[in-house]
Design a protein around this ligand. Structure first.
Ligand SMILES: Cc1cc2nc3c(=O)[nH]c(=O)nc-3n(C[C@H](O)[C@H](O)[C@H](O)COP(=O)(O)OP(=O)(O)OC[C@H]3O[C@@H](n4cnc5c(N)ncnc54)[C@H](O)[C@@H]3O)c2cc1C
Ligand SMILES: NC(=O)c1ccc[n+]([C@@H]2O[C@H](COP(=O)([O-])OP(=O)(O)OC[C@H]3O[C@@H](n4cnc5c(N)ncnc54)[C@H](O)[C@@H]3O)[C@@H](O)[C@H]2O)c1
Length: 484
């Protein structure tokens, strides 16, 4: 009798495909069930296309910035004949996303992993049923049934020693703002647009709303950002959010704080957003960025006894176990921290635990993340709020980038570096960088956090002159010279 374990992964996003690769490397027989394309929402509609759109917008931005450093452009990009051809931009973005999905599929297949296209659900613990597309089965796109596998009509049944649910999340929509894919859009529908909206109303100023508002402003659109809270990015470092909000306003974005949208209506060639206080905002298009819902319904989870939280997320522990033996979950469906990097880590941890490999439980204290605006906002470890609200005994320093020589040369006017260290030991516990390419500058702080470096070690490390990273080391030097 074979001792090879069977692993069935439902969902082919970063949570699912990274787990599948780890399981194959540990010698398991692995099947990934995916109802659309591997790579998941991360690759096809969320993370990858939005970053590609932002990279395009950043090209446009450079035309406006050029005149501030003496390069001969006058006025806005549009005045120079610099315009965004959204149809072409979106076609390129979708080509990139599809190519990345194909690369991932090839990587899975070359590791001996079966990909079954269809919607998966638990029939019972240890048995996954997939509603496949019949054509795919008949055309031979689906793999031949393996031992113990039963195929009936349009469904395939896959026995599994280990099941990993990594089905992700989907955009939350409001009953009073039903997306039509033309004028009222979710972030997953924007890549169908052929023409740049003339006046885009972005509803929701979390990370998704802020990034996409930034992207369309850069592409030359009029943008209104409807924020239900006191400021944009309510969940992020307040100093960083304030910098970004100032930049948004300075570049001409209309930011409406304390403005909750009650609904969106189509009106002729445009839309009208009604706010809860009775005001209305008119635009050509509305983009809903009001959060996500986990893909955990109609999957046989409750019937199998899997405990879901109030918002429908699958409850997991730090090694990605659900309460049912042999059933694990990873990624956005767990609601732990909705980042591609965290999803992938949860998936790998699940497999290591399930297949008896060495495993370190998930530690969110070392996660670094980035908001891809201009400036970017990157964070790692503890937050200012953790210190201010007494959850961690630490102190911090904040150093504006305005004095940094490289920043001056590059005409960088907004940004700062913050570093947090534990009181007494001076161990570095976290930081925030607000700067162009903050996503790269956060790495030394992340390295210090992961390796428990102290302020002194950090401060005495050489940096290149002139460089932005000089300010990261300088922040540590200032923290070193401050009394506890
Ligand atoms: C606009 C936007 C931008 C983002 N940018 C970033 C970023 O820059 N960096 C970052 O780290 N994170 C980013 N994120 C978050 C990141 O996209 C998610 O954390 C990540 O996609 C989670 O991966 P996942 O594997 O859990 O789910 P997903 O990527 O959503 O994949 C889940 C897969 O499961 C499939 N599926 C669902 N139900 C079933 C079923 N019943 N049967 C079979 N298949 C099923 C889906 O089709 C999907 O392919 C962004 C999110 C958004 C919304
Ligand atoms: N660069 C990245 O890594 C990246 C990018 C996008 C998303 N993400 C991940 O996804 C997570 C979720 O971000 P998100 O922005 O999609 O969702 P979110 O839930 O963080 O933000 C949604 C915002 O919409 C607001 N809102 C809700 N209803 C509203 C209404 N009727 N009118 C006006 N505002 C309303 C909420 O108050 C909230 O601030 C992030 O925390 C992050 O982990 C990461």
């Amino acid at each position: 009798m074979s001792t090879q374990k069977s692993v069935v992964v439902i969902g082919g996003g970063p949570g699912g495909y990274e787990a599948a690769l780890a399981a194959a490397q540990l010698g398991a027989q692995v099947t990934v069930v995916e109802r659309e394309s591997v790579g998941g929402a991360a690759v096809l509609t969320d993370c990858v296309p939005s970053k590609a759109l932002i990279a395009t917008a950043d090209f446009m931005d450079r035309f406006s910035a050029a005149k501030r450093i003496g390069v001969g452009f006058d006025g806005a990009p549009g005045d120079q004949g610099v315009t965004a051809h959204l149809g072409e931009i979106n076609a390129r973005i979708m080509t990139l996303a599809t190519a990345q999905s194909t690369d991932i599929a090839e990587r899975l297949e070359s590791n001996g992993i079966d990909i079954v296209r269809g919607a998966g659900r638990l029939l019972e613990p240890g048995l996954v049923e997939v509603a496949t597309e019949v054509d795919a089965v008949e055309s031979g796109e689906q793999p031949a049934p393996s031992e113990g596998e039963v195929r009936a009509g349009r469904t395939v049944q896959l026995p599994a020693d280990v099941t990993l649910i990594a089905t992700g999340a989907r955009p939350r929509v409001m009953d009073t703002a039903v997306p039509d894919g033309e004028r009222i859009l979710t972030w997953q529908q924007i890549y169908e647009l052929q023409e740049l909206p003339t006046r885009l109303i972005v509803i929701g100023s979390g990370v998704t709303g802020a990034e996409l508002a930034h992207a369309y402003l850069g592409l030359g659109c009029e943008v209104v950002l409807v924020s239900s809270r006191d400021r944009v990015l309510p969940g992020e470092d307040a100093d960083a959010a304030n910098v970004l909000e100032d930049v948004f306003r300075r570049r001409g974005m209309e930011v409406l704080n304390r403005s909750r949208a009650a609904g969106v209506q189509r009106a002729g060639d445009g839309v009208v957003v009604e706010l809860e206080d009775g005001r209305t905002v008119e635009g050509s298009h509305a983009l809903l960025a009001v959060g996500s819902l986990p893909n955990s319904t109609d999957m046989g989870l409750e019937e199998a006894g899997v405990v879901l939280g109030r918002a429908g997320h699958i409850e997991v522990d730090r090694v990605s176990r659900t309460n049912v033996n042999g059933i694990y979950a990873a990624g956005d469906v767990t609601g732990v921290l909705p980042l591609a990097s965290v999803a992938a880590m949860q998936g790998r941890i699940a497999i290591a635990h399930a297949l008896g490999d060495a495993v370190a439980p998930l530690s969110l204290g070392r996660v670094s993340s980035n908001i891809f605006t201009d400036p970017e906002i990157a964070t790692v470890g503890i937050s200012q709020a953790d210190i201010d609200e007494g959850r961690v005994e630490a102190r911090g320093v904040m150093l504006p980038l305005t004095k940094n020589p490289r920043a001056k040369m590059q005409n960088v006017r907004d940004g700062f570096v913050k570093i947090f260290a534990r009181k007494g030991s001076d161990t570095i516990l976290g930081g925030v960088v607000v700067a162009p390419r903050a996503s790269e500058l956060i790495f030394p702080i992340a390295l210090a956090v992961a390796n428990r470096l102290n302020v002194d070690q950090f401060a005495s490390t050489f940096t290149v002159y002139p460089s932005m990273s000089g300010s990261v080391a300088e922040a540590a030097r200032q923290l070193h010279s401050m009394a506890d």
